[in-house]
Design a protein around this ligand. Structure first.
Ligand code: H2P
Length: 822
C-alpha cells in the first residue's frame, strides 16, 4: 500500500470512549469472550491488547518517520532482557493510568486486580538483563529509534520457592496464560545455518569466493514487544527470536512409518530457544549456548540488512544506518557474522566490509571475574560455524600484523592479544573478538572501566587507548520510583515539578527541604507506608511477622560469594550472639531482608541461602530476642517483587569485595528511594558516595588497590579468626549445631572462609561491624536519618538511565537525542 501514510491508516488521538470501545472489542473479537462470562484474566488480556495497540501505533508511526529521514538506529544486542510487568509501566508512560482506572471502574473492574494478573518475562539472570530493559525504556524516552534484539526463551529464569529452608527451582511458565504484549511476525523470518563445511566458488566477477554448505538450517521467527517511552512519541521495539524447524515435520520419514524421526528435527530445532542459561554455571563446552548466541545475532543482522534494503540503502552504508551495542560478549559472534553476510552474501571486499563492521559495533563489558570471560573451543566453533572460524582466523591474522607493527618482537603480547588462546587446548576468546571488532569499548562504572583498562583488557587499552570509555549504568526512574513508589512520587512532584521522572536532575530541588521538619515528617510517613506494604507481603509469602517501624536492612540481588551475602549474615549472627549475652544492649530493632536466586549448580550460593533461612528460623523464634531482630528470606526475587522491596528499604547493603562488582544497579534503585547505603568502594558505589556525600553513606572495607596487595602478601584468613574473638565466636557458632540439627550443614562455608576466603570476608569483617554500629547510631536519631535519606534521593539524579543513554548516544553511537524540556 505505497502512498498511504500511517496517519491515514490509523486513528491518532484516542479518547476515553475509544479506549472503552477498544477494550470491549478486544474482549469480544480478539478473545471471543462473552462479557458476562469473562474472567479477570480475560479482562487483563483485553486491556493489555488495547494498551499494546496504542503503543504499537506510536511505534509504527515513529519507525515510518525514521525511515523517511534515514536516521541512524540503535540495535541493542542482548542475550537477556528483564522488562518486568508491562501494563502499569505503559499506563504511567502514556499518562493513561487514571483514565483507564475510571473506564474500568465504570465496568465494575478494578485496575489493580488486572495489574496483579500479569506474568513477567524472566528472560534474564539479574543486573545485566535488567539494564538492557532500562536502556530500552530510556532510548524510547530520549527519542532514539531502537530495537532490542534477543531470544524469546520459552522458559526464562526459574521460579524460586523455599522449602525446608532450601531453594527449590520451579519451571518458569511465563507464556502459559498467553502473552498479549507481543506481536508474532510470521513474515519476519530468518534462516540460520549450522554445521557442514565451506567450499570455494567463483562468481561472475571471477573473484574467488567462499560458500558455506551447512548441514542444518533452523528458522528464526520474530516476536515484537513495543516499549513505550515516558512522555514521548518514540517507541522502542524488543524483537525476540524463537527457533522453529524449517520443515516442522519430516514427511519422508513419516511416509516410511518412522513417526519418531518425523518430529525429531522439529524438537531439536525448537530446543534452541527453549531455555535461558543460568549465570554462574560453567558454560564451557555448552554447545547449545553458543548456538543460542549465534542464532539471535544471525537473525538480528539479517533482519537489519532487510530493513536497510527497504530503505533503499546499500549494504556498505550499514554502519550509518545502524549502531550495534554488544551487551557483554554473549553476542560477540556477531562480528564474524556481519563480515560473513557482507563478504559472502553481499559481495563486498574484505577491507570495505571490515570498515563497516568496525564502525557498527561497540562492546560493553560487565564483569572482571575471570571465570565469566567467555571462550569457546576452536573445534566447537569450527564444527558449528565453519565459515566463522575461517573469518575469525582472517581477522586475527590481519590484527596480529597490526600488533607486530606496533610492538615489534613482543611475542608474549601477541599471544595475549590473539583472538585464539593457544596456551593449552585452543579457544576463541570472545572478549578479544569484541574488542577488535568494535569502535568503542566501555565498562559500566568509573572504577570498573579503570580496572578494565588496567587488568583484563590492558593490552587492548595500550594498543587503542582512544577506543576505551566509561558509561556508568543507570536505572529508569519511571518503573523504580514513579511506579514502584507512588507515595514518594507525589512528594517529589510537589517540590521538583511533575516532570521529574523525565528529568531526574530536578530532584536537586529537594535539598533545601531536608532541613524542614514538616517535610521530613511527610518523608517518614511515605517510607513507613511502603514498609507496611512490604511487611504484609512478607507475612503472606513467608509467614514471618515483621515490625514496620524497625530498620529495614536489605540485600537483594543474585546470590554470589563475591557479593558477600554471607558477610551480612555474619553480622546478623554477631548481633544475635551479642543480644543473647547482653539483653540490655542498645540495639535498635532491625529486620534483615535477603532475596535473590542462586544458580542451580552453585553449591556455596545455595548454602548461603540455607544459612539465611536457618538464621531466620533460630532468631525469629527466640524468646530472648523478642523480635528485636528478625531475618527474612524473601522468595523469588524478580522485577515485580523488587518494585515492592526497593521503596521500603532503609539500609541498602552493597558490600561486594572491592574490585568485583562492575557497577551494581540495585544500589541506585535503593538510594533513589531514600535508602542509605552501607558499602565498599566498589562499582558504582564510589560514584553514589561522591554524589550523595560521604556523610550520608556508610563506608567500610578494603579498597580495590588493597585487595590484590593483601592477596599477594600471603593472606591467611585463619589468622584473622585466631586473633579476633568475636569473629571466632561467630564462625564457631555456624558449626555448633545451634543452627539446625545437621552440624555439618555449614562446614563447607566455614572451611571455605578459614582456608581460602577468596572474597576476603574475614579481612573486612571488623570494618563492616563498625560501619553497622554507625548505622545503628544514626538510626536512633530519626531526624538526622531522614535528612540523610532525603539527600540521598535529591542527589541521585545522575543515575537515571536517561543520562546513561545520553552518554552512549554522544560518546558511542553518535546519534541525536531529544532536548530536555525546560
Ligand atoms: C552484572 C554485574 C553488575 C552490573 C550489571 C549491569 C553482570 O549484573 O555484575 O555489577 O551492574 O551486570 O551492568 P549482575 O551481577 O546483577 O548479574
Amino acid at each position: 500500500m505505497k502512498g498511504i501514510p500511517i496517519s491515514d491508516s490509523i486513528r491518532t488521538g484516542i479518547g476515553a470512549d475509544d479506549l472503552r470501545q477498544a477494550f470491549l472489542d478486544n474482549l469480544v473479537c480478539a478473545l471471543g469472550r462473552l462479557p458476562a462470562y469473562s474472567t479477570r484474566h480475560d479482562h487483563y488480556l483485553a486491556l493489555a491488547m488495547t494498551v499494546r495497540d496504542h503503543v504499537m501505533r506510536r511505534g509504527v508511526r515513529c519507525f515510518e518517520k525514521g525511515d523517511n529521514l534515514l536516521v541512524r538506529r540503535v540495535a541493542y544486542f542482548s542475550a537477556e532482557f528483564l522488562p518486568g510487568p508491562h501494563l502499569g509501566n505503559h499506563l504511567l508512560n502514556l499518562g493513561l493510568t487514571e483514565s483507564i482506572r475510571k473506564m474500568l471502574d465504570g465496568l465494575g473492574i478494578n485496575l489493580d486486580d488486572l495489574l496483579a494478573e500479569e506474568e513477567e518475562p524472566g528472560l534474564g539472570n539479574g543486573g545485566l538483563g535488567r539494564l538492557a530493559s532500562c536502556y530500552l525504556d530510556s532510548l524510547a524516552t530520549v527519542g532514539v529509534q531502537s530495537v532490542g534484539y534477543g531470544i524469546r526463551y520459552e522458559f526464562g529464569i526459574f521460579d524460586q520457592t523455599i522449602r525446608d529452608g532450601w531453594q527449590i527451582q520451579g519451571t518458569d511458565k511465563w507464556l502459559h496464560g498467553g502473552n498479549p504484549w507481543e506481536v508474532h511476525r510470521p513474515g519476519a523470518v530468518q534462516d540460520v545455518m549450522f554445521g557442514g563445511h565451506t567450499e570455494p566458488w567463483q562468481d561472475e566477477s571471477d573473484s574467488p569466493r567462499k560458500r558455506w554448505v551447512p548441514s542444518i538450517v533452523i528458522r528464526g521467527e520474530a516476536y515484537d514487544t513495543p516499549i513505550s517511552g515516558y512522555d514521548s512519541d518514540t517507541c522502542a521495539l524488543m524483537r525476540l527470536w524463537k527457533a522453529e524447524a524449517v520443515e516442522s515435520f519430516d514427511f519422508s520419514a513419516f511416509n516410511h512409518g518412522d513417526y519418531d524421526r518425523a518430529v525429531e528435527q522439529k524438537v531439536a530445532s525448537e530446543n534452541l530457544s527453549k531455555v535461558l542459561y543460568p549465570n554462574d554455571e560453567l558454560h564451557r563446552g555448552k554447545e547449545l549456548r553458543l548456538k543460542q548466541q549465534y542464532f539471535f545475532t544471525c537473525c538480528a543482522l539479517q533482519d537489519m540488512l532487510r530493513i536497510l534494503s527497504l530503505r533503499g540503502a546499500p549494504p556498505e552504508s550499514f554502519h550509518s544506518n545502524w549502531a550495534v551495542q554488544l551487551n557483554d560478549t554473549h553476542p560477540a559472534i556477531a562480528v564474524a557474522e556481519l563480515m560473513r553476510l557482507l563478504v559472502d552474501q553481499h559481495g563486498l571486499g574484505w577491507d570495505v566490509a571490515w570498515k563497516v563492521t568496525r564502525s557498527t559495533f561497540s562492546y560493553t563489558n560487565h564483569t572482571l571475574l575471570p571465570e565469566a570471560l567467555e571462550r569457546w573451543p576452536v573445534d566447537m566453533i569450527g564444527g558449528l560455524l565453519p565459515r566463522h572460524l575461517e573469518i575469525i582466523y582472517e581477522i586475527n591474522a590481519r590484527f596480529l600484523d597490526e600488533v607486530r607493527a606496533a610492538f615489534p618482537g613482543d611475542d608474549e603480547r601477541l599471544a595475549r592479544l590473539s583472538l585464539i588462546d593457544e596456551s593449552g587446548p585452543r579457544y576463541v576468546r570472545m572478549a578479544n573478538l569484541a574488542c577488535v571488532g568494535s569502535q568503542t569499548v566501555n565498562g559500566v562504572a568509573e572504577l570498573h572501566s579503570k580496572l578494565l583498562r588496567q587488568t583484563v583488557l590492558a593490552d587492548f587499552a595500550a594498543l587503542w587507548p582512544e577506543k576505551f570509555t566509561n558509561v556508568t549504568n543507570g536505572v529508569t526512574p519511571r518503573r523504580f520510583v514513579a511506579l514502584a513508589n507512588p507515595g514518594l512520587g507525589k512528594l517529589l512532584a510537589k517540590v521538583a515539578g511533575k516532570n521529574w521522572p523525565g528529568d531526574l536532575e530536578k530532584l536537586h530541588k529537594l535539598e533545601p527541604h531536608a532541613e524542614d521538619p514538616a517535610f521530613r515528617q511527610e518523608w517518614r510517613e511515605v517510607k513507613l507506608s511502603n514498609k507496611r506494604h512490604l511487611a504484609s507481603l512478607i507475612a503472606e509469602r513467608t509467614g514471618i511477622e515483621v515490625d514496620p517501624t524497625s530498620l529495614f536492612d536489605v540485600q537483594v540481588k543474585r546470590i554470589h560469594e563475591y557479593k558477600r551475602q554471607h558477610l551480612n549474615l555474619l553480622h546478623v549472627l554477631t548481633l544475635y550472639l551479642r543480644l543473647k549475652k547482653d539483653p540490655k544492649a542498645e540495639v535498635p530493632a532491625r529486620t534483615f531482608i535477603f532475596g535473590g536466586k542462586a544458580a542451580p549448580g552453585y553449591f556455596l550460593a545455595k548454602r548461603i541461602i540455607r544459612l539465611a533461612t536457618a538464621a531466620g528460623e533460630l532468631i525469629n523464634h527466640d524468646r530472648d530476642i523478642a523480635g528485636r531482630i528478625k531475618v527474612v528470606f524473601f522468595p523469588d526475587f524478580n522485577v515485580r517483587n523488587g518494585q515492592s522491596i526497593y521503596p521500603a528499604v532503609d539500609l541498602s547493603e552493597q558490600i561486594s569485595l572491592a574490585g568485583m562488582e562492575a557497577s551494581g544497579t540495585g544500589n541506585m534503585k535503593m538510594s533513589l528511594n531514600g535508602a542509605l547505603t552501607i558499602g565498599t568502594l566498589d562499582g558504582a558505589n564510589v560514584e553514589i558516595r561522591e554524589a550523595v556525600g560521604e556523610e550520608n553513606f556508610f563506608l567500610f572495607g578494603l579498597n580495590a588497590a588493597e585487595v590484590p596487595a593483601l592477596k599477594h602478601g600471603g593472606y591467611r584468613p585463619r589468622d584473622r579468626y585466631e586473633s579476633d574473638p568475636l569473629l571466632r565466636e561467630v564462625i564457631d557458632f555456624l558449626t555448633s549445631g545451634a543452627l539446625g540439627e545437621d552440624r555439618d550443614l555449614f562446614q563447607p562455608l566455614v572451611d571455605n572462609l578459614l582456608y581460602h576466603d577468596p572474597y576476603l570476608l574475614l579481612a573486612d569483617y571488623r570494618g563492616y561491624l563498625n560501619a553497622q554500629q554507625r548505622v545503628s547510631e544514626l538510626w536512633m536519631d530519626p531526624e538526622a536519618w531522614t535528612r540523610a535519606s532525603i539527600l540521598n534521593t535529591a542527589r541521585m539524579g545522575r543515575f537515571s538511565s536517561d543520562r546513561s543513554i545520553r552518554d552512549y548516544c554522544q560518546r558511542v553511537w553518535k546519534v541525536n537525542v531529544k532536548k530536555l524540556k525546560k
